[in-house]
Design a protein around this ligand. Structure first.
Ligand code: 3HC
Length: 290
């Protein structure tokens, strides 16, 4: 068994559960470390619902569904990651939380050449690598939501990442997970969020100023530009807390007003209306979904 066949995922929110699912669907043995029991249960339900969807649409055989689930093990103990060849960190988008998580993962890994990848959207990878004793084996591996659907990953080496690690992780994402890889420099927002975040924040500012309604803003981009969803609905999908944290990191890096989180976004996060996951954001959703 190749070392990268044993994957760990830390954090079982929207992104962590999606990453765990695509790894298990790719035939890999996956340990998911999540210390919040409620989040682990919700993540497992999300994965099961997504696999059931796959069976219903004929993309996944019913027996394969059970095989995929059998390749996923949930734990609240990072020590269970000891034998992993690759650990993907997908905890909350906060520098200190991520750095502490990477430092703890690093202490538990038994293989000298084990790789730690962060799914951060906006925090410089080097800041996270510096929290470990293996900065040459730390890299950004940024997935998109919903992870089973979106075909892209961004691979983000730092100045210290070994070339062999970059090649190994790029090949893993492309050949094992079937994703298309774009390589980005270690600069907050990488390629996609550097373009996407100012657009999403502009939509919030447009709504905030009373320039147009949420529905008209979204219809504009769906019907006028053939986007699969409008910017405000997409923010609801991403989660307003995550979007806010990404904007904060990007603003901290560049000090450009276009990255500054608008007051409306800040207020909605304070109010706990975080989008689909809480049942309410720019729109209301029948049942709370993940
Ligand atoms: N999990 C698994 N599969 C899902 C899914 C989920 N959460 N949501 C949708 N799907 C699958 C469905 O099963 C369906 O597959 P099928 O055709 O085989 O049945 C297919 O995706 C289409 O789903 P639906 O028909 O239910 O819905 P839509 O056609 O409206 O698509 C969408 C939903 C895939 C979310 C689409 O609207 C979309 O792609 N939206 C844009 C999402 C986007 O831009 N994501 C990037 C966000 S940025 C990011 O993640 C980076 C971060 O750093 C912020």
């Amino acid at each position: 068994m190749n070392a990268l066949d044993r994957v760990g995922v830390v954090g079982c929110g929207l992104m962590g559960s999606g990453i765990a699912e695509v790894c298990a669907r790719a035939g890999l043995d996956v340990v998911v470390a999540e210390r919040d029991g409620g989040a682990a249960r919700a993540g497992r339900l999300r994965i099961t619902a997504s696999l059931d969807r796959g069976v219903r649409s004929g993309k996944l055989a019913a027996e394969d569904r059970d095989d995929v689930l059998s390749r996923l093990r949930f734990t609240d103990d990072l020590a269970a990651l000891a034998d992993r060849g690759l650990v993907v960190e997908a905890v909350a988008e906060h520098r200190d939380v991520k750095a502490a998580t990477l430092a703890a993962v690093d202490r538990h890994l038994a293989l000298d050449d084990a790789v730690i990848a962060s799914n951060t959207s906006s925090i410089p990878i080097i800041d996270l690598a510096a929290a470990t004793e293996r900065p040459e084996s730390v890299i950004g591996l940024h997935f998109f939501n919903p992870v089973p659907v979106q075909r892209l990953v961004e691979v983000v080496p730092t100045q210290l990442t070994a070339d062999t690690v970059t090649e190994q992780v790029s090949a893993f994402a492309a050949e094992r997970l079937g994703k298309t890889v774009v390589r980005a420099r270690d600069r907050s927002g990488f390629v996609v969020n550097a373009l996407l975040v100012p657009y999403l924040l502009s939509a919030v500012r447009m709504l905030e100023s009373g320039f147009a309604s949420a529905e008209d803003i979204d219809h504009g981009m769906v019907l006028g530009c053939a986007h699969p969803m409008g910017p405000l609905r997409l923010l609801d999908l991403i989660g307003l807390d995550t979007a806010h944290a990404i904007a904060d990191s990007m603003y901290e890096e560049f000090k450009e007003p276009l990255y500054a989180p608008p007051a409306l976004l800040r207020r909605m996060v304070a109010a706990g209306t975080l989008g689909r996951k809480t049942g309410r954001g720019f729109y209301s959703y029948g049942a709370s979904r993940g």
